[in-house]
Design a binder for this molecule. Structure first.
Ligand code: CTP
Length: 408
């Protein structure tokens, strides 16, 4: 199965309303078409102030509906036809006004009329875009809740500088996030569908003073690959990550932290709702006992001693607070005695699976795109996975986790 196969041949009704984010719907349109979807665009007159009909027509190679009284076929009513024959309806961007109309059922233009004619069984995805005050307004929140209760999938908005220069939530989800969400709605048959997965990733930074820290060489690639693979298989994923240079995988809820203590706090908060927990982070075992308030000064020729105190073992803390049925996986990054160390970590941390890797190998260590890991199971069984991309390794690990969970 290819990642994007769910979209091939699917009929997508893409509704575009009047927000500056409408320019991104041209990109969305292009991506959906490239993935093999048959995209039919319906635009409000306000949307056309932001993006041209000709752009959407060129991207889809189909006429764009902009007027309720545009009827290309005398024997059929185009907007009813389109609403009823679509496999999915996506509204991106959805303004506060459009969301309000959807909530109360107003049909006063081509898009709202189409939306009112969409059968209940057709999945409907809405990507809001608006100023943060408009988004937070109780009326908009109430309207979004009404749509959610009706089974409409509402995508979260992003945080940042908005078109009005205010800073806050309200930015439309990025086109790749919308594509991921659409894929998920079609691929609800993934083996992690309905499962919540917590992944830790990356290094932690333990500060010494405002400019220095103790860190490690973890790039976070393995943890991010696990998060990405789990989303593609239908899971809802929270990724608690130390500082990395990696972008958030589409569809993943990313929580960024710096220190082991912050990572522990975020994991303890998220863990009770999770079915699977995977500790791929390279957590610092120790942190400086004292963090200087201002930059420590060099004293020529004088040695200094830094006292380190132990950090809590996050994955062990999670296993000792395990919710019923939770499956908890640890990693073991080793340079020697891989087998023995992995077996010891399996027992001492109370894990269901340990994934070990020999980080002294140039093709399986830090900051490379490949990995060669061994899976260690309670009872002593182990399995060597081949050298492969970190994404393929992630998929392999998830396949084994899914199989182990189905035997419980
Ligand atoms: N881990 C953790 N919290 C820590 C240390 C480790 O959650 N404070 C987790 C890692 O995310 C990984 C597993 O424990 O899943 C093993 O991490 P590793 O660094 O290999 O082992 P340690 O327990 O730190 O032991 P050592 O450093 O002695 O090898």
């Amino acid at each position: 199965m290819t990642d994007n196969a769910p979209l091939a041949g699917k009929r997508v009704l893409l509704g575009v309303s009047g927000s500056i984010a409408a320019y991104k719907s041209a990109d969305l349109c292009s991506r959906l078409s490239k993935l093999g979807a048959e995209v039919h665009v319906v635009m409000t007159s306000s949307a056309m102030h932001f993006v041209g009909e000709a752009t959407m027509r060129a991207l889809t190679r189909r006429s764009v509906m902009t007027d309720l009284f545009d009827e290309p076929h005398s024997d059929r009513i185009a907007h009813i036809d389109l609403a009823q024959s679509s496999d999915i309806v996506v509204v991106a961007p959805a303004t506060a006004n459009l969301i309000a109309k959807m909530a109360v059922g107003i049909a006063d233009d081509i898009l709202t009329t189409c939306l009112l004619a969409v059968p209940k069984s057709t999945p409907l995805l809405v990507a809001p875009a608006m100023n943060s005050l408009m988004l937070e307004h109780p009326a908009t929140q109430h309207n979004l809740a009404t749509l959610r209760d009706r089974g409409v999938e509402i995508l979260a908005t992003g945080y940042g500088v908005l078109a009005c220069q205010d800073v806050g939530y309200g930015k439309m989800a990025e086109p790749d996030e919308i594509v991921t969400a659409i894929n998920l709605m079609f691929s609800n048959r993934g083996d992690f569908c309905g499962k919540r997965v917590l992944v830790t990733a990356g290094p932690t930074r333990e500060p010494l003073d405002p400019v220095r820290y103790i860190g490690n060489r973890s790039s976070g690639k393995m943890g991010y690959a696990l998060a990405q693979a789990a989303v593609r298989r239908g899971a809802s994923v929270i990724l608690v990550s130390g500082p990395t240079a990696l972008a958030s995988p589409p569809g993943v809820e990313l929580v960024r932290v710096q220190t082991a203590e912050q990572m522990l706090a975020e994991c303890m908060k998220a863990a009770p709702d999770c079915n699977v927990i995977i500790g791929a982070a390279a957590v610092a075992d120790y942190r400086p006992a004292k963090v200087a308030d201002s930059k420590m000064k060099r004293q020529s020729g004088v040695s200094i001693t830094i006292e380190l105190v132990p950090n809590e073992d996050i994955i062990a803390a999670l296993t000792s607070h395990r919710s019923p049925g939770q499956f908890i996986v640890g990693f073991a990054a080793e340079t020697d005695n891989v087998e023995q160390n992995a077996a010891r970590k399996l027992t001492s941390k109370g894990l269901d699976l340990v994934v070990s890797n020999d980080v002294s190998r140039p093709d399986a260590g830090f900051d490379v795109d490949t990995n060669a890991v061994t899976l260690h199971w309670p009872g002593g069984n182990s399995e060597d996975l081949p050298l492969q991309s970190k994404l393929a390794t992630a998929d392999h690990i998830l396949t084994r986790i899914a199989a182990a969970m189905s035997h419980v």
